[in-house]
Write a protein that binds this ligand. Structure first.
Ligand code: HEM
Length: 504
């Protein structure tokens, strides 16, 4: 009790912090957070009253400065010190007032806690969140856990800022832009999915295992034309270990997931470096992402060094792997549990096949017509995502809603369960995406926002949609056995998700 009390008193001495509890010294409330997940947020949303009335520090001054300068019209170069200070803070006060009004002003939207080794402010106000993500450089940088930064490498896109981030992001966007998907990636994805889903009828399939393999092999094919075989098996083994390491405590003792993750990184880097050497010496063009990166073609303009290309390839594989695999697995699960949604999505895909012979591939127009499929994918992502919240780190004291968030704290941007944006947020309801144009809503953040918005959004959605197309039009299925699924902090079926598959 004394330790808990001491820890609270320690933090409550700081003026201007949002309400909240800090838990145990060092460990904070990490255990509760990891155990309870969304309920942890919900309980605190209800516990703390609306924020505007709290605004204890300089709120009025900042608000009046902001009134003189609508955020969008400001350029930081043209401002004097006071004004700049006011704008840096503007994502707090005015946004808070307006968003709390437009979102009902019913619940608290900010609270402090201590999770994942850092003092953290959890923000559940969609407008504040949007502004936080849009404010890289003005007080916020990505705040990914140390283990992730160490294992994904010094040139990882998540770890770099400024011009290097822009160069790496530019290279990645050039590889994943819609014209590339239409011309080069979709045909590869289509051919891969057909082969991957071939011959499942009559089998008991662990859909978790199959979607993992699918996401990895599909990415490897797009990146370097690698098909299933010894090389993909070796890459797979190292990647699985690397992923586990990125979600661990950064203690480098042999045997820990962190230490194994670092070893896996070393081996992956060696394999990718060899791949680059082989590709250069072979001299033949292969029309894949690696070729584009090595030649600086396809608008990847700024030529990257080999080390940067290697970390970019690791980022491409890592970012697309768990996101695509778990969403595909969970879409199958939600469709199994919801016959009305299954009927509707199946009709959409059978209609697409009507105009085609069995061997015809999906084209861009087919993908664009998959309205309900996209709704199913987004709803699945929202409810069972690997990206539950986004982390930012403050690089200076920052005001939010009139509270002062100290330099070096983390902001946890909660994106998926806002009850005003998503009424009955815990219910699987894909139709909500058809009603209000939620995808173009400014508070749609399933793929992040601002200058870190996911560059793989469209490729990832195309992969999941193509997988669902061939799965749903060829097969029906039933769940078998006692499958359990945990959704937080990672989506996983610890003993697999088994289904019995039959021809449709
Ligand atoms: C459907 C599945 C996907 C989801 C839900 C998703 C989600 C996200 C989110 C929320 C972010 C923002 C992270 C932040 O702001 O801290 C992000 C960033 C990123 N995503 Fe995705 N992603 C998906 C698929 C992909 C795919 C397939 C790729 C690769 C082709 C990819 C590559 C990246 C990269 C490289 C970043 C970092 C961007 C930067 O820092 O500039 N993602 N993703």
């Amino acid at each position: 009790s004394l330790l808990l009390r001491w820890n609270e008193v320690r933090y409550s001495r700081r003026r201007g912090l949002p309400p909240g509890t800090m838990g145990w010294p060092l460990f904070g409330e990490t255990t509760e957070f990891l155990k309870q997940g969304p309920s942890f947020m919900k309980a605190r949303r209800l516990r703390y009253p609306p924020t505007p009335s709290h605004a204890p520090v300089r709120a009025a001054a900042v608000a009046s400065a902001f009134r003189r300068h609508p955020c969008s019209a400001l350029s930081s170069h043209a401002m004097n010190g006071t004004e700049r200070n006011a704008t840096e803070l503007c994502h707090a006060v005015p946004g808070a007032a307006s968003s709390d009004q437009s979102f009902g002003g019913k619940y608290g939207s900010l609270f402090r806690t201590h999770i994942l080794g850092c003092p953290t402010v959890v923000c559940m106000d969609p407008e504040l969140n949007r502004r936080t993500l849009a404010s890289e450089g003005a007080g916020f940088v990505p705040g990914y856990p140390q283990s992730m930064l160490d294992i994904l490498g010094p040139n990882n896109i998540a770890a770099v800022h400024g011009p290097l981030h822009r160069a790496m992001r530019g290279a990645m966007l050039a590889l994943t832009r819609p014209s590339m998907i239409r011309a080069a990636l979709l045909p590869k994805i289509d051919a891969f999915m057909r082969a991957h889903l071939h011959g499942w009828a009559g089998r008991r399939v662990d859909i978790q295992e199959m979607t993992k393999e699918m996401a990895l092999l599909s990415a490897l094919r797009q990146i370097a034309g690698i098909s299933a075989g010894p090389l993909s098996d070796a890459l797979k083994a190292e990647l699985y270990t690397l992923v586990l390491g990125t979600f661990s405590l950064p203690i480098n003792i042999p045997g820990t997931n962190y230490s194994k993750g670092l070893q896996a990184r070393k081996k992956l880097v060696a394999m990718l470096r060899q791949m680059i050497i082989d590709r250069r010496s072979s001299g033949c063009a292969q029309d894949d992402m690696l070729d584009a990166l090595l030649s600086g073609n396809e608008g990847t303009r700024a030529k990257l060094s080999d080390d940067q290309i290697i970390d970019l390839l690791i980022a491409l594989i890592y970012s697309g792997y768990e996101t695509v695999s778990t969403t595909s697995m969970m879409a199958v699960k939600y469709l199994s549990d919801n016959s009305k949604a299954l009927e509707q999505i199946r009709k959409e895909h059978l209609d697409i096949r009507k105009g085609k012979s069995p061997g015809d591939a999906l084209d861009w127009n087919d993908y664009k017509s998959m309205t309900f499929t996209k709704a199913v994918i987004y709803e699945t992502l929202r409810l069972a995502t690997v990206v539950n919240g986004l982390l930012r780190k403050t690089t200076q004291d920052v005001e939010m809603n009139g509270y002062v968030i100290p330099k070096g704290w983390r902001i946890y941007v909660e994106i998926n369960y806002d009850p005003f944006l998503y009424p009955e947020p815990m219910v699987f309801n894909p139709w909500r995406w058809l009603e209000k144009g939620l995808e173009s809503h400014p508070h749609f953040m399933l793929f992040g926002g601002g200058s870190r918005m996911c560059p793989g959004k469209e490729v990832g959605t195309v992969e999941i949609a193509t997988f669902l197309h061939y799965f749903i039009t060829q097969y029906r299925w039933e769940e078998e056995g006692n499958n359990t699924i945990s959704k937080f902090p990672r989506v996983a079926a610890p003993n697999g998700l088994h289904i019995r598959v039959q021809d449709y």
